[in-house]
Write a protein that binds this ligand. Structure first.
Ligand code: NAD
Length: 449
């Protein structure tokens, strides 16, 4: 397994739990030092125990020596990063191609070189060409095996997938791949076989579709705010239609994370390159930027138009709960905008500090929500960690200088927050509530939620 990031490490650990012998390779000495000391360098629930179990069983190890790991392997997985290339929005394939070349020189017998990283259509054929050029005598096939796990639920997603997609070119590679995934197919999880290009396209199409669904409900939310509709009721009513489904239909501060922003951007570039502009996806990207901007304005409005000199407490900065991943998190747009306008921002996040410290300069990190609320002029709920779902709101309000909340994940209801002593409550796609305003309408909304 080349690369021990969120995907490579989870995949390596889970494959070893299937009973396979796995050697994980990384170039980052700090990561390797931790892994070899039995520590997981990322935050992913359950990963530490599963890793320890399989290391102890002798099936899982870590090294910086790629050649040693590839020697004698039946399959070599490439699970390195494919971030957005600076300047043009395309997927940066430098890490994938470097890994392919290194693998080429290390191949000793027949092996399938499997790309697990998310890569544009045509990349597997380029990987094949790179290996062939670097090692003309190598005995190998390539396969595309995109990963669909979600951070925060990665082990369960890997062990109980909706489907596994395997793109191959011949039966020999297909046999190796089906042996690797046999523990899943035996338990009736679908392992779908495709050609290389379709497997590559499935990953981008799936992510772009999910990003579109989120953005659709975010745009509906903006219209709800103007018309008096309640987006929570709207998405519930939509989601009960099984053709639509209720997943990825929660209005919020815009999508972020390690995949949707870069994958929508890469798909738009792939479309342009092939003369088939992905007009929907291009619009989704623009609307999502607009959504994040609108969230910042909500906070300005909540603070009476200016945040200058105000203390603002932000709850949650990782791109979603149960991960420490900060890549393209909406907080990276919203928090600097507040700091830039003179706000004193305090951040509370159970896991965000390690990554977030460098990314969010000028903020104070506080461990405890109630301490962070002391003297604050507004509280912004940005990432719905469980510990923010059941706050003692009366205590929070009592600590604040001006009790006002922007609930950008629609966790609470206006009635509960106002009854707890808050003077103002704004959320996404629902009516703004404040003390003294008619409660009748919001009572109806809360009852329905
Ligand atoms: N993070 C997710 O939730 C997720 C989900 C599905 C798919 N993906 C895709 O999986 C791929 C990996 O994503 P990630 O989030 O795990 O990335 P990551 O940045 O967390 O990890 C990549 C790792 O690869 C290592 N690396 C790079 N080049 C190497 C080389 N030549 N040899 C050894 N190690 C090398 C890096 O040091 C790093 O540890 C991406 O293409 C991503 O789009 C990610």
């Amino acid at each position: 397994m080349i690369g021990t990031g969120y995907v490579g490490l989870v995949s390596g650990v889970c494959f070893s739990d299937f009973g396979h012998d796995v050697i994980c390779v990384d170039k980052d000495p700090a990561k390797l030092e931790k892994l070899n000391a039995g520590q997981v360098p990322i935050y992913e629930p359950g990963l530490d125990d599963l890793m320890a179990k399989n290391v102890a069983a002798g099936r899982l190890s870590f090294t910086g020596d790629l050649a040693e790991a590839v020697d004698g392997a039946d399959a070599v997985f490439i699970a390195v990063g494919t971030p957005t290339r600076r300047g043009d929005g395309h997927a940066d394939l430098t890490y994938v191609m470097t890994a392919a070349e290194e693998i080429a020189h290390a191949l000793t017998g027949y092996a399938v070189v499997v790309t697990k990283s998310t890569v544009p259509v045509g990349t597997n054929r380029k990987v094949h060409a790179v290996i062939r050029l670097a090692n003309p005598g190598a005995d190998f096939d390539v396969a595309s095996n995109p990963e669909f796990l979600r951070e925060g639920a990665a082990i369960d997603d890997f062990m109980r997938p909706d489907r596994v997609v395997v793109g191959v070119e011949n039966a020999r590679a297909a046999d190796v791949m089906s042996a690797i995934y046999r523990p899943l197919s035996l338990r009736d999880f679908p392992v779908m076989s495709t050609d290389l290009e379709s497997a590559e396209m499935i990953k981008y199409a799936a992510n772009a579709f999910l990003a579109t669904k989120i953005t659709f409900i975010n745009e509906i939310a903006a219209l709800c705010e103007r018309t008096g509709a309640n987006v929570k009721q709207v998405s519930k009513g939509m989601g009960m239609d099984r053709r639509i489904g209720d997943k990825f239909l929660h209005a919020g501060p815009g999508y972020g994370g390690s995949c949707f922003p870069k994958d929508t951007s890469a798909l738009a570039r792939i479309g342009q390159e092939h003369g088939v502009p992905m007009q929907l996806v291009e619009t989704v990207i623009k609307v999502n930027d607009e959504v994040k901007r609108r969230m910042t304005e909500k906070v300005f409005d909540l603070c009476g138009g200016s945040v200058n000199g105000k203390i603002i407490t932000v709850l949650g900065v990782t791109f979603k709960p149960n991960t420490d991943d900060m890549r393209d998190a909406p907080s990276l747009t919203i928090v600097p905008a507040l700091v830039g306008k003179g706000a004193k921002v305090r951040v509370v996040d159970p896991q965000g500090f390690r990554e977030g410290e460098a990314l969010l300069p000028g903020v104070d990190w506080v461990d405890d929500t109630y301490m962070a609320a002391k003297g604050a002029h507004a509280i912004v709920l940005l990432t719905e960690w469980n510990e923010f779902r059941a706050l003692d709101l009366e205590r929070v309000a009592a600590e604040m200088a001006t009790p006002a909340m922007a609930d950008l994940r629609n966790i609470y209801s206006a009635d509960t927050v106002i009854a707890a002593g808050f003077e103002q409550y704004v959320s996404v796609g629902r009516k703004h509530a404040s003390v003294g305003a008619s409660q009748e309408f919001s009572d109806v909304q809360s009852a329905a939620e």
